[in-house]
Design a protein around this ligand. Structure first.
Ligand code: NDP
Length: 402
């Protein structure tokens, strides 16, 4: 049993709070901390109403390392789950080191003033976590997160050698708005509008944003247009899956979503560079975020399913083979359980399960780890139990993606 502090009271923080509360034999004391404490209090009320568990709340500006360190020293949790924004990763890792607390997050660090997310800043903490005897688990959401564990599990149980990995992320949900993003709009739009990138033959290849697409026939969801994007798990997987020849990431978008995005980009609304409006410096994307629907408000309106998985080609016992290992998740079922749609659900459940691995001691080696570096078995079993069951289907090698 362990005390845990969750930082961030957005869509994902809500799911993590509900799921940790459901596992009160593992997480016996839950503190939810965020910048706007009223959001923590609203989540705590819903957790009590739905799960019958009381969680505590506190206001915290995570950018203030001294304040976070003081809170951690006073509370002495075993673990901090960071589901604030990627901008807070390094300050929260600093506070965890100062207070002797294990760390877990769901997205890699990104500087506020540069749309460039990379692991190098967090990997630079490896020695410090090792010396302090503390564990930091990076990217314990769905993608990154479950997708990394799917690859580790496939390598451990289904392949002697993996050749190619295509990670495919389909959201076939409909919220009824002409345009909205499923999680934090600023992070989401920054991710989609950057150049596409994939790794092949030992090097990175760059393509203009959204310039390569394929139709992929997703189980339970059907055929969808999937666009090649750069996504953060590629950076660690290309290093940690031995002998890998190629790894790519694909996400589905509807024509309506892309048309809106193109217009917003063309008129300058997705820029992160502040402009001066009546003496106020305002980044257009932050203004856009303020006028778009709050992702947390999409829950009650979203219908349909997500399907996220890894299409893997390689060999076992001298035979070439291809599998798709995936989960599908229903937006309405998620909302009924924890008052959030499936995007927050598929991120928050793995964050809770990753935290559970640290609490139970399965993942306790000191250092900074990406998920595929850790043993996948207990995590995969927990996915089945705590809301994200997965399947593996065999596919014809001859029909592998171009
Ligand atoms: P939201 O924007 O809904 O929530 C972010 C929360 O963090 C808000 O409550 C916000 O507070 C709080 N916050 C921001 N800055 C600070 C700060 N300085 N101190 C304390 N709290 C702060 O985001 P989501 O819940 O959608 O996403 C959370 C994280 O999950 C993000 O890092 C996102 O990239 C990641 N993610 C990962 C996925 C994966 O599969 N791996 C998929 C989806 C998301 P306030 O309310 O005051 O603004």
């Amino acid at each position: 049993m362990a005390k845990v502090i969750i930082v961030g009271a957005g869509g994902v923080g809500n799911v993590v709070a509900h799921k940790c509360a459901q596992q009160s034999e593992v997480f016996d004391d839950i503190l939810l901390a965020s910048r706007t404490v009223s959001k923590c209090d609203a989540i705590a009320k819903d957790v009590f109403d739905k799960q019958g568990v009381k969680i505590r709340t506190v206001a915290l500006d995570a950018d203030d390392v001294a304040a976070t360190t003081a809170l951690l020293k006073a509370e002495q949790p075993l673990l901090l789950i960071n589901v604030a924004l990627p901008y807070q990763d390094l300050v929260l890792m600093d506070a965890c080191l100062a207070a002797g607390v294990h760390y877990l997050d769901t997205a890699n660090y990104e500087p506020l003033d540069e749309a460039k997310f990379e692991y190098k800043w967090q990997w630079a903490y490896r020695e410090r976590f090792k010396k302090a005897g503390l564990t930091a688990v990076l990217g314990s959401g769905f993608d990154p997160g479950v997708t990394n564990v799917f690859c580790a599990y496939a390598l451990k149980h289904h392949f002697d050698q993996i050749e190619t990995i295509d990670i495919l992320d389909a959201n076939a949900g409909d919220h009824g708005y002409p345009f909205a993003t499923n999680f934090n709009p600023e992070i989401n739009i920054r991710e989609i509008t950057q150049d596409g990138r994939y790794w092949e033959g030992g090097e990175w290849k760059t393509i203009p944003a959204l310039s390569i697409k394929q139709v992929y026939d997703f189980p339970e969801v059907g055929p969808k247009d999937a666009y090649l994007l750069y996504h953060e798990e590629l950076e660690s997987l290309c290093q940690n899956i031995p002998g890998l020849k190629r790894i790519r990431f694909w996400m589905t978008f509807s024509p309506q979503y892309l048309t809106h995005l193109m217009v917003l980009e063309n008129v300058g609304m997705t820029s992160i560079k502040p402009i001066n409006i009546n003496g106020q410096p305002i980044a257009p994307i932050e203004f856009l975020k303020a006028v778009l629907p709050d992702p947390a408000s999409l829950g009650p309106r979203t219908k349909g399913k997500t399907c996220i998985g890894c299409d893997i080609v390689g060999s076992k016992g001298g035979q070439r083979k291809r599998i798709f290992i995936f989960n599908t998740c229903d937006h309405e079922a998620c909302y009924a359980e924890v008052s959030s749609q499936a995007i927050s659900y598929t991120t928050g459940v793995p964050a809770m399960i990753g935290a559970m691995q640290i609490v139970k001691g399965n993942w306790r080696e000191a250092g900074v780890w990406n998920m595929e570096q850790l043993d996948p078995d207990a995590f995969m079993e927990a996915l089945e139990h705590y809301g994200l069951p997965w399947k593996i289907i065999d596919l014809p090698v001859a029909e592998q993606l171009d």
